[in-house]
Ligand binder design. Structure first.
Ligand SMILES: Cc1ncc(COP(=O)(O)O)c(C=O)c1O
Length: 383
């Protein structure tokens, strides 16, 4: 009798062939610890991931508390560092309370599934992050998708929902083009319809808002009784982990019912220590976010001057449209050959199916680095 084991995953090869034909194959490429590459592909907006004070805090926390959290937050995985980080995050952003998760992905999953269920209508922003989409699916709520940044669509979906409980979900800053959601108008619509508002501030926190307090703060919504903010500690704070900020009773509810909090090992002490130190440094240097914003607007302005289809950023993210997925991949590779790393977004990561390069600015970018990036991106552009 022939062995059928070899055939079990044949379908995987078919998928790989289809991906390859569409120019959508993804590959992992380890980055060296030290290199001369100009890094414009990450999310280290404030340059904290390599800051010696932040890295030193991570090392000190690991030496004091151990390499891992040793258990879930409710069992053995909460240290004084986690508690302090939660207090400081909430105080900085003007929220009543905060809860730290092992990643931003887990924070979104936990917040949405704990706050929405079969009896909830979710209005979901069209371009929201995959973690929020997965969270909506897991929540089993009734989901209506509202067109990108379309407040009238949010209004309509909330008005025509079939169940009383409702929650609107959006990002503050969108990760692909760096545009900002009309949060104040969305909040007004939610209030008119008695709906909660959950805002993922992953790309806003540390970059926009007073001293980097984020998009929710900038929109005047921090501390509001009907608003919940999620964020990651892995972008502006240069560490790892995620957090949910909101009313005290909501945070207590998450401790008791967010499955990605309860059934997950707590955030590693090193990451909590790094994030806490980065947050303190951000508070001490409130101009740092403005430097990241300046670098992004310079990149965009100069690329537009060269005739390239660059976005005009309201954040630290600049995208440049490519004619096709293949062209985007070859363009990014040609740029990489000249020792500059840029992001390359293709479907399904590009929400509107338009492939593009993504350049992320950092507070520590110099004028010479910006000029070099613009020159190389322009010289390698597809004809
Ligand atoms: C908008 C948004 N939300 C959530 C996440 C997930 O955060 P983390 O990487 O900490 O899991 C990301 C990160 O890629 C993101 O861009």
């Amino acid at each position: 009798m022939s062995d059928t084991r070899d055939a079990v995953f044949d379908w995987v090869d078919e998928r790989a062939d289809a991906r390859s034909a569409a120019g959508l194959t993804r590959r992992l490429r380890p980055r060296p610890a030290k290199s001369d590459v100009l890094e414009l592909s990450g999310n280290d907006y404030l340059g904290f991931s390599r800051d010696k004070r932040v890295v030193g805090a991570a090392a000190a926390a690991a030496l004091k508390w151990g390499a891992g959290a040793t258990g879930s937050r409710l069992v053995s995985g909460t240290t004084e560092l986690h508690a302090e980080l939660e207090r400081e995050l909430a105080a900085f952003c003007g929220a009543q309370a905060a809860l730290v998760f092992s990643s931003g992905y887990a924070a979104n999953l936990g917040a949405v599934t704990a706050l929405a269920g079969k009896d909830t209508a979710i209005v979901a922003e069209q371009y929201m992050h995959a973690s929020l989409i997965d969270a909506c699916r897991q929540s089993r709520a009734q989901v209506a998708v509202a067109r990108h940044c379309d407040v009238a669509a949010v209004d309509r979906a909330l008005a025509t929902r079939k169940v009383p409980r409702a929650m609107m979900i959006t990002e503050s800053v969108f990760s692909v083009d760096g545009d900002v959601a009309p949060l104040a108008d969305i909040a007004a619509s939610c209030r008119a319809h008695g709906a909660a508002l959950l805002i993922d501030d992953a790309h806003g926190f540390g970059v926009i808002g007073d001293g980097g307090r984020g998009g929710v703060h900038e929109a005047g919504l921090s501390g509001d009784a009907d608003v919940v903010t999620t964020m990651t500690l892995s972008k502006s704070l240069g560490a790892q982990g995620g957090a949910v900020l909101g009313p005290r009773r909501v945070i207590a509810h998450l401790v008791n019912s967010a499955r990605s909090f309860i059934f997950d090992t707590g955030l590693a002490p090193a990451s909590a220590g790094a994030a806490l130190t980065a947050l303190n440094l951000l508070r001490e240097d409130p101009q740092r976010p403005a430097r990241a914003l300046w670098a992004a607007s310079e990149l965009s302005r100069q690329l537009l001057d060269k005739g390239l289809p660059a976005s005009t950023p309201a954040s630290a993210v600049v995208s440049v449209r490519a004619p096709s997925a293949d062209a985007a991949v070859s363009w990014a590779a040609a740029i990489r050959e000249q020792d500059i790393a840029v992001g390359c977004f293709r479907p399904p990561s590009a929400p509107d199916d338009v492939s593009r390069l993504r350049l992320t600015a950092r507070a520590d970018l110099t004028e010479a680095e910006i000029d070099r990036a613009v020159r190389v991106v322009t010289e390698t552009a597809p004809r």
